[in-house]
Design a protein around this ligand. Structure first.
Ligand code: SF4
Length: 265
């Protein structure tokens, strides 16, 4: 039997003032911000990314043509939380006996004339009993349920999101794969939902045209239409994802733009 060590209880010494006055939280927060800022990539005209393709064209135009705005610390942390979830899924795939992890975080560039679409897919796997490789895109999500204001009850979130399917479509093309899957991970519970995606040439062509269109707007300095404002299914971007809202509203008023019309800057 191991010996029990008896430790007499005594009140801990009062911590020294110099320790208590340290700004530990501030210092660690600053260290996190500095760490995450190292991962930021500057945007270069002519180089576009699959994750941005479904965003409002006008917002993308502003991102490429305005002086760079630092991404907020809050956004950087949310992105990184997604990376952490992906690392977890990668570890799971590596250890599985039914799955072979062929590649992880593979980088590619698709060249179209003077444009490059650069990207990095999450994982490529082989599933036992299925011969073709499957490209996996991992997305973290707050909850699989959301509050429906009209029905006044919680309902299932409709998955997959079309912007994620678009992103994966580019990866499938780049990797010459027919099959892919978006693995949604609910952050607080680590529950998953998997949405299979099959390569669709028409959808890919539409996405490539969209990138070309964006490039044309940028190099000709032509302000694209306020796409998200004009499109019901994209309007959330104006409130959740757009740092140029005030600027966009001002341009709208100044130019008195008609729906779908481009305006010279
Ligand atoms: S406010 Fe909306 S329409 Fe205007 S640039 Fe931002 S996302 Fe696009």
């Amino acid at each position: 039997m191991s010996e029990v060590i008896l430790i007499p209880y005594s009140r801990p010494e009062l911590a020294e003032n110099s320790f208590l006055s340290l700004d530990l939280e501030g210092t660690i927060n600053q260290a996190i911000d500095e760490y995450l800022r190292r991962e930021e990539r500057p945007l270069v005209v002519g180089v576009y990314y699959p994750s941005m393709i479904s965003y409002c064209l006008r917002r993308l135009f502003y991102l490429y043509t305005s002086p760079p705005k630092p991404v907020s610390s809050e956004k950087l942390r949310i992105f990184h939380a997604g990376n952490i979830i992906h690392s977890f899924i990668k570890e799971v795939l590596e250890k599985s006996e039914k799955i072979e992890l062929l590649h992880n975080e593979g980088e590619f560039a698709i060249i179209i004339d003077d444009i490059q679409i650069r990207g990095r897919y999450d994982d490529m796997i082989l599933l036992r009993g299925f011969k073709e490789p499957i490209v996996i895109e991992v997305k973290s999500i707050k909850s699989f349920r959301k509050w429906d204001r009209e029905r006044k009850e919680h309902v299932d979130v409709e998955l997959p999101y079309s912007e994620h399917v678009n992103q994966l479509m580019i990866y499938l093309y780049a990797m010459r794969c027919r099959y892919g899957a978006i693995v949604y991970v609910e952050k607080p519970t680590l529950q998953i939902k998997v949405c299979p995606v099959v390569f669709d040439r028409d959808r890919l062509d539409m996405l490539i045209d969209r990138v070309k269109q964006l490039h044309e707007f940028i190099i000709t300095k032509t302000l694209p239409p306020a796409e998200a404002k004009q499109n019901e299914s994209m309007r959330w971007q104006c409130y959740v994802a757009c740092e140029f809202r005030e600027h966009c509203d001002r341009c709208e008023n100044k130019n008195n733009m008609k729906k779908g019309e481009g305006v010279s800057f």
